[in-house]
Design a binder for this molecule. Structure first.
Ligand code: NI
Length: 144
């Protein structure tokens, strides 16, 4: 019998500025849709990022994945690129992306997923923008 599958979560944190603004629309259309989130001179959030992986615990370590390694992966692929940055301007992998919390979560998935060790899968990106607003992303295979 296989060892069971477990879900393991690592938390990370970053602060960043953005605005929600569709360049194809007029200023008035943007303000009507995005309200104060369209504020020309940006606003900031303290983002909490929860990365959940799944896999079977190793017989040798008891770990699904060494969380120190997951921490370093999240740091190198995500945090150094986003922390204290302007998400509309500073981040090459968000170029031409409207940096909503949804689109940031997709980008986080796309950057982490290729780097996970064999036998470990990405399960969920949970990105919290404010205590009231957050997104959960389970990857591109989830259909409506
Ligand atoms: Ni915002």
């Amino acid at each position: 019998m296989n060892t069971p599958v477990l879900f393991v979560t690592r938390r990370a944190h970053f602060n960043a500025a953005h605005k929600l603004y569709n360049p194809a629309w007029t200023k008035e259309e943007n303000e009507a849709c995005f309200g104060k989130c369209a504020n020309e001179y940006w606003h900031g959030h303290n983002f909490d990022l929860y990365v959940t992986i799944k896999g079977r615990p190793s017989k040798d370590t008891g770990f699904v994945m060494d969380l120190k390694k997951l921490k370093v992966l999240i740091e190198n692929e995500i945090i150094v690129h986003l922390d204290h940055k302007n998400l509309n301007i500073d981040v090459p992998f968000l170029k031409d992306v409207l940096p909503s919390v949804e689109n940031i979560a997709i980008a986080v998935w796309d950057r982490l997923e290729p780097h996970l060790p064999e036998g470990v899968k990405l399960h969920k990106i949970h990105l919290i923008e404010t205590v009231n607003n957050s997104v959960e992303y389970y990857g591109p295979d989830v259909l409506l």
